[in-house]
Ligand binder design. Structure first.
Ligand code: AMP
Ligand code: GLY
Length: 429
């Protein structure tokens, strides 16, 4: 079977690694891929927003299965385009992708289907959002308020403001931060408090299979300080979601969400990612993502023992067979951790082109995978150099969280490049 993976980060390296372990896969292509992915897949220079180019490639190469990594291609309707030509592809349709591509759509959807979430108000423009805050009807002057750009904003579209004045400043800056299209509408939200957990699942439109619960660490600095990033590290650990809470999440969030999609005529097939806040009032949904997270995926997939191809085939087939495959998915016992090594000056202005040493040594540590994100290689004989903000994700499994973390940090310590940044407190908060 020939597989195409769409994307170029650590997430896609982890997905390609799973496919490379499958006896059913004879060839992997990755568009665009990166220097690490190039060791297990043929990287092809087609961008994730070039849907016509991806369709043409898949038809010309007779690709049997395409797996979409990121939201850009999904929001542009890659799944509809592939499906119309009879090409098998994993991911939700353009309609279903609105759950991530439009925050106001997602909030209205949660409301329609009784999914517990923060109170919200959708403003039709930035000035309407400011007027709403100034009129005082949304929350009290002194309470925190969350400001969200409606559209896709690569993680930059959410500001948790400590009061109304800060929220207004954030709204004024939103357009220059994320662009006029993403900031076309603004969602104002009540600020929720609690521990955050992410729960991902494979879904065929009806059945679902939960993955191990995960937590990411978004700020650049230890103790959750400094600016937000794409994610500086993740863990998976059963203790993140007590079984009682997990049951509540399944009954109040997972089932109503999947049922809601079907009722609204867009069955959700693919990876559904729930960003949850465990509040004193019970679990609430902050957001949907319609794809694997990065770097959540790196920590999740190193625990997957079942062949990813079998799971993909089940998602495509649906019905009783899918339900059986889903219930037989095996995860390696214990925990995992992914430590992101980022370049100098990330996230503001990542420095690139620095030689990286020690990757092979890190990979020799038992139970470790080093997933590449922003790396490049001038030619096969040369060393890897940094080529982006998040450079590598050093990922380890272990019988418990402490051992997974210890192993990941031992491996990470073998890697060096100028200005390398990483957090020493992943999994600790
Ligand atoms: P989102 O992209 O909607 O998940 O938002 C990104 C981050 O902003 C989340 O992971 C939370 O840390 C924070 N956040 C979003 N919505 C809220 C909320 N209503 N209350 C508190 N924090 C929030
Ligand atoms: N790490 C968060 C995300 O992928 O959206």
């Amino acid at each position: 079977m020939k597989v195409l993976v769409v994307g170029s980060g650590g997430r896609e390296h982890a997905i390609c690694t799973c496919f490379s372990r499958s006896s059913k896969v004879s060839k992997i292509y990755c568009a665009n891929g990166n220097a690490g992915i190039a060791s297990i897949a043929e990287c092809v220079p087609i961008k994730p927003d070039d849907i016509a180019g991806l369709v043409e490639f898949a038809l010309n190469e007779s690709i049997d299965l395409t797996f979409v990594g990121g939201e850009t291609s999904l929001a542009l309707g890659i799944v509809d385009e592939f499906a119309a030509r009879g090409l098998a592809i994993i991911g939700p349709s353009k309609n279903a992708s609105q759950l991530e591509a439009s925050k106001s759509f997602a909030k209205d959807f949660m409301f329609r289907h009784g999914v517990p979430t923060a109170k919200y108000f959708t403003a039709a423009s930035t000035s309407a959002a400011i007027a709403e805050l100034e009129s005082g009807s949304f929350g009290e002057t002194s309470t925190p308020v969350v400001v969200k750009a409606d559209g896709l904003a690569a993680g930059k579209g959410v500001v948790v403001a400590k009061d109304r004045a800060e929220a207004i400043d954030a709204i004024r800056e939103m357009e220059s931060l994320v662009g006029a299209v993403a900031a076309d509408k603004i969602v104002l939200e009540e600020c929720l408090f609690g521990k955050e957990v992410s729960l991902l699942m494979f879904a065929d439109g009806e059945n679902f299979a939960l993955m191990p619960a995960t937590r990411d660490h978004k700020r650049i600095g230890e103790g959750d300080t400094g600016p937000n990033t794409g994610g500086m590290g993740t863990i998976t650990d059963d203790a993140l979601l007590a079984s009682q809470d997990l049951e509540t999440v399944v009954e109040t969030i997972v089932r109503p969400s999947l049922r809601g999609c079907s009722q609204e005529g867009f069955r959700f097939r693919g990876i559904l990612f729930l960003g949850l806040m465990m509040t004193a009032d019970g679990p609430k949904l902050l957001e949907y993502n319609v794809r694997f997270g990065d770097p959540e995926t790196q920590a999740i997939l190193v625990r997957l023992e079942t062949d990813l191809v079998d799971i993909c085939e089940a998602m495509l087939a649906g019905g009783e067979n899918a339900s059986q495959t889903f219930s037989a998915i095996r995860w390696r016992e214990g925990s995992s951790a992914c430590i992101v090594l980022a370049s100098q000056n990330y996230p503001a202005k990542p420095k690139t082109g620095d030689p990286i040493s020690g990757i092979a040594d890190a990979e020799c540590v038992p139970n470790v995978n080093v997933f590449h994100a922003g790396t490049a290689k001038a030619d096969a004989s040369q060393d890897f150099v940094t080529a982006g903000g998040r450079v590598l994700g050093v990922t380890a499994t272990g019988p418990d969280l402490d051992s997974a973390l210890a192993t990941a940090y031992v491996a990470a310590a073998k890697i060096t490049f100028e200005g390398m940044q990483f957090r020493r407190d992943i999994g600790k908060s």
